[in-house]
Design a binder for this molecule. Structure first.
Ligand code: ZN
Ligand code: ZN
Length: 260
């Protein structure tokens, strides 16, 4: 959400708390609520009201000429205009207070309290109506059928509320743009083709057995990642997998160049 709120800035002190929305993900056991974004930022202390801190400049947040503060928008539909919505995201219902800077598309605030966590109302596996939450590395919505099929612990809304400590609901969340997953799969296929080229070069140049073995392992890893990308329900892990594929190709190329 950072950077894309747009540039109309107006700092105001609010008397009445503002109810706003933002994206997050829920991870692990015990559950933690993490901000979304490309940086692996620390989880929110979602059980108590918090005061924003500027990690870049150390001043009081939010500052007019900075991007600090708790970011949020006024409607769930407004999330798509300020950030990329990935599947398995949850929507936080937050109450903002203190100094609030208004932007054209959202606000940055000094204080935030998480009132509720809205899981997508569609099953993460089959898109049917969801009524359960499946905890795990990433907490996801599920329908009764899929949760039985998965044979994993699933929580009712009340049980999830008890585990998270804030009200859990099922909400209509914006869908992940299809082009993200398509692009991730195409990129994974491209990297696997590159791995094939390196492996063929290793074989045709009568490279050392070590080099052939390295290129074979790199190719197998890259191919496995491509299958995983094609089967993934979200583009969320694609970035990390692309880095792994780049490392595979680089390793195989270096072996070809230096081991011979
Ligand atoms: Zn700042
Ligand atoms: Zn399902």
């Amino acid at each position: 959400m950072r950077q894309r709120l747009h540039d109309l800035e107006l700092g105001v002190e609010v008397d009445e708390p503002l109810r706003r929305f933002k994206l997050a993900v829920v991870r692990g056991t015990p559950p933690r609520v993490h901000p979304v974004g490309r940086y692996r930022r620390r989880s929110y202390e979602h059980l108590d009201p918090r005061r924003a801190v500027c990690h870049r400049h150390g001043h009081r947040a939010p500052a007019v000429d900075c991007t600090c503060g708790f970011h949020a928008v006024s409607t769930i539909d407004g999330l798509e205009r300020v950030t990329t919505v990935l599947a398995d995201s949850v929507i936080l219902d937050v109450e903002l207070g203190g100094t609030v800077i208004e932007h054209e598309r959202g606000v940055r605030a000094e204080e935030q309290a998480v009132l509720g966590v809205g899981f997508p109302d569609r099953c993460s596996w089959c898109s049917a109506a969801a009524s359960l939450v499946v905890p795990g590395r990433l907490w996801r919505s599920a329908c009764v059928g899929c949760s039985a099929h998965l044979a994993r612990r699933a929580l009712t809304r009340a049980e999830a509320t008890a585990e998270l400590g804030v009200d859990v609901s099922f909400v209509r969340a914006p869908a992940e743009p299809r082009r993200l997953r398509s692009w991730g799969i195409a990129r994974a296929v491209g990297m696997t083709l590159l791995s094939i080229v390196v492996s063929v070069l290793a074989l045709r140049s009568s490279a050392a057995a070590t080099t052939v073995a390295i290129s074979a392992v790199a190719l197998a890893t890259s191919a496995a990642i491509t299958v995983a990308a094609a089967r993934s329900r979200s583009a969320r892990p694609h970035g990390d997998w692309f880095v792994a594929q780049c490392a595979c190709v680089t390793l195989a190329s270096l072996a070809l160049r230096f081991v011979g």
